[in-house]
Design a protein around this ligand. Structure first.
Ligand code: HSE
Length: 433
């Protein structure tokens, strides 16, 4: 049987998972592909540590360039991460005409244009299923299964760390800092958690998804990002009392004229399937104009699920090499529809607002009056009893309102001397409910 050589750059958790998957399912994959996929070289700065998989010592090297240039290596897997060395090596591999499989969402979100152009120029494949949603084949679903659709919306829970923290905060009624600390101690959250909890990782994934659906004019700078740092358990509890759950969402919506794009915590009705996505799981809800709603759910991170997605791409690359036909499916959706981003102020949504009001006559009416004067209509109002000496929490859910009007109204309200603390507000994603 013919063999194809795989070269892996980066022998960390996912790299070891890829080797494990290719070894464990070697015969099965060989039968399906019609060629055996053999890991011929692996590059990493550390070639001594035990990764829990058996590889011949002589395939390990610290020289990544040597792996790219090795004639016996047909497909390169980039698992280094980051946007510097990974970019240089990916470009080098594409320039050598070798297909590259990567899990690197930051690299794609920040240098996607350059990498797509290089893949096109050198007539080779750039594949990145593992960059979004770990083991969930969401890129393939958008690129192939749903290619006959105009994409109406994509909403994703795309960061396992954030979802894990929010789930534990809700179930155990714990504060953000404590859950984050425990998650770090247990190895669920990174020691430097900012990329995850401040929403950047989700934003990188949102850009990759938006490029799949709408072509690649979508850039990182276009995405307003709000993470989950500092979410108060009080809001999770009040939201639950009103029938909602707070999740960090990537929201991508096209109304036929403009594209709404953002990452933010949002309230989701508990009756929606997206609200049931708990702990470190990911889910993506895609609406196409023909298919309607489709939902993809699974493990968004971790060694084996991510390796599953990487190996899927390696197989795709191998099939194209065998067929002598690279780029059968282009790296991103080719389309000439101009993507006009909707200004943040023009976004229409329902809102959750928690006001901290001093316990004085007329306060409540004053807030409602200001909201009304900005055209914001109330759907539901709850006032909690004040704890001794503290401000009174008043929770209001609005009907659909323009974000610009909400910002203006809250600026006015928070300027009142009788408001004890800045108003907390989140969007509500009803998913058409
Ligand atoms: N750190 C990510 C998460 C996984 O917590 O979901 C890799 O993108």
């Amino acid at each position: 049987m013919r063999e194809l050589g795989v070269g892996i750059l980066g022998f960390g958790t996912v790299g070891a998972g890829v080797v494990d998957c290719l070894q464990t399912n070697s015969d099965l994959i060989a039968e399906r592909v019609g060629a055996r996929l053999v890991v011929r070289r692996i590059a990493d700065l550390d070639i001594e540590s035990d990764r829990g998989v058996t590889v011949a010592k002589d395939i390990l090297t610290t020289d990544a360039e040597a792996v790219i240039q090795d004639e016996r290596v047909d497909i390169i897997v980039e698992l280094i991460g980051g946007t510097t060395i990974a970019r240089t090596l990916t470009l080098a591999a594409l320039s050598a005409g070798k297909p590259v499989v990567t899990a690197n969402k930051a690299l794609l979100a920040e240098h996607g244009d350059e990498l797509y152009a290089a893949a096109e120029k050198h007539n080779t494949d750039l594949l990145f299923e593992a960059s979004v949603g770990g083991g969930i084949p969401i890129i393939r679903a958008l690129r192939e299964g749903l290619v006959g659709n105009r994409i109406v919306s994509i909403c994703g829970i795309l960061n396992g760390t954030c979802n894990y923290i929010l789930t534990r905060m809700e179930l155990e009624k714990l504060p953000f800092d404590q859950v984050l600390k425990e998650a770090q101690e247990a190895g669920y959250a990174e020691a430097e958690p900012s990329l995850d909890i401040d929403g950047l990782d989700t934003a990188h994934k949102a850009v990759v998804l938006a490029c799949q659906a709408f072509g690649n004019p979508v850039q990182m700078n276009d995405v307003p990002v709000h993470g989950i740092r500092g979410i108060d358990p009080m809001d999770i509890e009040y939201a639950a009392g009103l029938g909602y759950r707070i999740k960090l969402l990537a929201v991508i919506k096209h109304d036929g004229e403009s594209l709404e794009l953002g990452v933010h915590p949002a309230l989701i009705p508990q009756s929606q399937m997206m609200a049931s996505v708990s702990h470190s799981f990911n889910a993506v809800l895609v609406q196409g104009d023909q298919v309607g709603e489709t939902l993809y759910y699974g493990r968004g991170a971790g060694r084996a699920p991510t390796a599953s997605a990487v190996v899927g791409d390696v197989v795709d690359a191998a099939r194209n090499v065998l067929a002598g036909h690279p780029r059968r499916v282009p790296a991103f959706t080719q389309q000439s529809i101009p993507v006009v981003l909707r200004p943040m102020e023009d976004i229409q949504s329902r809102y959750y607002m928690r006001f901290s009001l001093k316990d004085q006559p007329g306060m409540f009416a004053q807030v409602a009056q200001i909201l009304g004067s900005h055209g914001i209509s109330l759907a539901s109002v709850v006032q909690k009893e004040a704890r001794a000496g503290a401000a009174v929490p008043v929770i209001m859910l609005t009907h659909v309102a323009r974000a610009g009007a909400v910002l203006d109204a809250l600026r006015e309200i928070d300027g009142l001397s009788t408001v004890g603390a800045p108003t907390i507000w989140y969007r509500i994603e009803d998913f058409g409910q």
